[in-house]
Ligand binder design. Structure first.
Ligand SMILES: Nc1nc2c(c(=O)[nH]1)N[C@H]1C(S)=C(S)[C@@H](COP(=O)(O)O)O[C@H]1N2
Ligand SMILES: [Mo]
Length: 206
């Protein structure tokens, strides 16, 4: 009998169809926004528990308790960036400070210039989802989303919105920027949910 050898560890960490490129590609639509700390605010709006909008100034947000995770990052264009040390405010922490109404099942994340991505509440509330301020123990570089980006490591990276300015709690699901342009509403890289034509009934809004 032929003994089966263990695949190298990075291989088992790579979702189907992905590869590890040289370097760490940067991609986004449009230009890198200028950070203005005096006027920057993060809003939590939509269906909040109180019905009121929550606002965090930069000095408030940057003082919130932080956690660190080590996670891989999978772009739908098929490159994966392995082993990123992300540090920031977990989505769970933000949800405690600015809770959603009970029947909120989806969240829209908004960036500068109107980029957006929708995620299911279950993905948003997952323990690895965070509002990142630091990458590999340094402030996030401007082109990677400084001062704050969302990271949802278990979904394709277009859901990891750079330059976040608002979180909108949704009572009904809506498509974000790429989800409206033919990309999958859920975006699980382990199931290769790349395109909207792959969606099963119930996986996206009509
Ligand atoms: N605001 C904003 N966030 C964004 C994007 C964008 O165009 N605008 N592109 C997404 C896509 S498609 C990817 S692959 C990742 C890339 O992150 P990186 O530049 O840190 O590798 O950012 C995501 N977040
Ligand atoms: Mo991407």
């Amino acid at each position: 009998m032929v003994e089966q050898s263990e695949p190298p560890r990075e291989d088992t960490r790579l979702p189907p169809g992905q590869y590890v490129p040289r370097g760490r590609p940067v991609i986004h639509y449009g230009r890198v926004p200028t950070f203005r700390p005096a006027t920057w605010e993060l809003h939590v709006m939509g269906a909040t528990a109180s019905g009121e909008q929550h606002r965090f100034t930069w000095s408030q947000f940057s003082e919130l308790p932080r956690t660190t995770i080590l996670a891989d990052f999978h772009c739908v264009t098929k490159f994966s960036i392995m082993g990123n040390e992300w540090s920031g405010v977990s989505a769970a922490t933000l949800m405690k400070l600015a809770p959603p109404a009970q029947d909120v099942k989806h969240v829209m994340i908004w960036a500068e210039y109107g980029y957006s991505a929708n995620v299911r509440m279950s993905d948003f509330a997952s323990s690895q989802t965070m509002f990142v301020l630091e990458l590999d123990e340094k402030p996030l570089p401007p082109e990677r989303g400084f001062p704050v980006r969302l990271v949802v490591p278990h979904l394709y990276a277009w859901k990891s919105v750079k330059w976040v300015r608002a979180v909108e709690y949704l009572l009904e699901d809506r498509r974000g920027f790429w989800e409206e342009r033919g990309y999958h509403n859920i975006a699980d890289p382990w199931r290769e949910q790349r395109y909207s034509y792959q969606e099963e009934p119930g996986e996206g809004p009509l």
